[in-house]
Design a protein around this ligand. Structure first.
Ligand code: FE
Ligand code: FE
Length: 191
């Protein structure tokens, strides 16, 4: 008996049984990716707020930090319901977006231009999250995870609202950035 069992196991190893075999597994994998993204953002958003020149923009980042903590907590709640752990995956895309954000923070830019750059980085992040939450909400719907659908939908709406607020903030900040350029001393032509 033991011999047969062992033979079966080694056969499984040889054909590399996939770890992800159904939509539930895909759902869990995608939720872990989002959890990693949200926890990375909790560390990055205070730095974005500190780098912002416009008090409104800084406050917007602070507010979204509080929402982001809530997003991570909602995912933890979903994982508790699934009897799974949210950890164990690193969202490499968010890692990259945050690296770009960090470059933006370091950039030698005039105040409004810096704010315009911060908004550009933040909107990339929001769109990434919007895509991710839309996908997992669809999975949760199909899997009949009604509570999770509600939680994921709440987060999705907050990501969309944040993106809209950033678009609104950009309307004045982009114009300021344009005027900043006009105010800068004209290059000398007498060299
Ligand atoms: Fe979020
Ligand atoms: Fe967000």
């Amino acid at each position: 008996m033991i011999g047969i069992f062992r033979a079966g196991r080694s056969l499984n190893k040889e054909i590399h049984m996939p770890k992800i075999t159904n939509l539930h597994d895909v759902y869990v994998e995608q939720l872990k990716d989002l959890y990693s993204a949200e926890t990375q953002l909790i560390k990055a958003l205070p730095k974005m707020a500190k780098a912002a020149h416009s008090p409104d923009l800084a406050q917007g980042f602070e507010e979204h930090l509080e929402q982001t903590k809530e997003h991570a907590a909602r995912l933890e709640e979903i994982f508790r319901g699934l009897d799974e752990k949210p950890t164990g995956k690193t969202c490499k895309a968010m890692e990259g977006l945050i690296k770009e954000g960090a470059e933006t923070i370091q950039e030698n830019a005039s105040p409004a231009a810096k704010d315009a750059l911060l908004i550009a980085a933040a909107q990339r992040v929001e769109h990434y999250e919007i895509a991710g939450y839309g996908t997992v909400r669809t999975y949760a719907n199909l899997l009949g995870e009604e509570e999770a659908v509600k939680l994921l939908d709440q987060t999705l709406q907050e990501e969309v609202e944040t993106d809209e607020k950033l678009t609104e903030a950009a309307q004045s900040i982009n114009v300021e950035a344009e005027e900043e350029q006009e105010e800068a001393p004209a290059p000398s032509h007498r060299r």
